[in-house]
Design a protein around this ligand. Sequence first.
Ligand SMILES: Cc1ncc(COP(=O)(O)O)c(C=O)c1O
Length: 481
Amino acid sequence: MKDVSNGTPADRGNTGLASPLDPAGAEPYYRQIYERFRDAIASGLLKPGDRVPSARALTLELGLARGTIDTAYSLLSAEGYFEGRGQAGTFVTPSLKPGAPIVRVKTSVNLVPAPTSFRPDSILPFQMGLPALDAFPRKTWARIGARCARAMQPSSMVHPPVHGLPELRAQIAAYLRVSRGINCLPAQVFVTSGYRHTLSLIAHALLAKGDGAWVEDPGYPPTRELFRRMGVMPVPLPVDRDGMVVDEGIQRAPNARVAVVTPAHQSPLSVSLSLSRRQALLEWARRKKAWIVEDDYDGEYRYVGRPLPALASLDRDGRVLYAGTFSKVLFPGLRLAYLVVPGSQVERLEQVSRAFTGGSPELTQATVSAFMLEGHFARHIQRMRKLYAERREAAVAGLEMLRPHLCVEDQPGGMHLILRLAGRRSDRELVARMLQAGLYAEALTDWAVKRKPGPALLLGFTNVYSQDMAHALGQRILRLL
Ligand SMILES: Cc1ncc(COP(=O)(O)O)c(C=O)c1O
């Protein structure tokens, strides 16, 4: 019997278990790992009784999240391929007859939580979409959280208010008025569990199957995905230096019912929607009685000049629905976001929200509300704005050595860098190699639908602590080029 758990890399290579996974493959990673083991057993490469690598070792070997490997191993155990023996390790089930059909335990693969195939669930260098995790004021958070937990009354242990805790809605309204120039009442604010929840409430309330929706191309993939699943037809529109090309939307799909934009920093190109485009968009929505969804996911983080006012602050006709989130300014694990609707739509959203929402966790909302009320929120944003400007500069300087292969684009803000690839290199291929090497990146190509934005890497810089760290990471990228 073979022990592939600690053989030489060559031994392990023979089983094909440690070779690179396909990040562009249709199957998520856990499924690819699962199939690899199944094939190795079916072909006799792994025999009944063989010890397989520990989940921990394979996690390190493949540079993936531990949860991904655990999911694959659980599935293999559930289906009878693997047998766990505690401290002794994990083995191919000794009673398996090679080649014999395996009686599958009645477990639907669909019941196994699939790690998202779009981004790995571990924290890797350059991970996108994360705030600086080291700089979060954990002590203050813990103190306020503990206080809120102690103050809990039986009344806070029943179902939370569906549209959000009143004190949090009031804090959000006050914050938006001061920081983003949006004049709204707490009743217009709906607390949600994230952007997708926000967007699905909007679609349920205001859109119908077959409606057209202008979306940015390249643009945030979940927007298109959610619309498609709800029967709303995305109309991808190009993005230039001034943001979404509104005129093209007016020509191609004048009767679309909604436009989804990221005006502060276009996601992912980071350009701002110009004033003339903002006006053209508002005018189109007014004339057509269409809706505009403003996805203001990181509008606070502009490092040159002041943050731009939100598009919603220019809306005089009640056409803009404002989607904000705590994911970037606090942390994404919180799962708290909000939607601000025009006064005329409050009742409609209340009805839809009652039908599709059970409310968000009360204790979390109470903690965020107190965090805001006591001034920590505004202070944290100010500190992060300064820190991100420094980290961005350090990352750009540290990655300078990648020229001329990769050149950092100049952007006024945001939480990621765009590194343009010289020549005709494939960004997807480089991203695949980086992921294999334990470095995170996304390929700009994957964010586009019809346009060819040119090959580029998207790299999160908020957790790059210094120029030295960026330089060391840059060396690793250079080796992969
Ligand atoms: C473009 C864009 N919109 C919205 C969000 C917020 O998502 P959520 O509130 O679900 O965390 C993100 C987060 O990554 C984003 O990149």
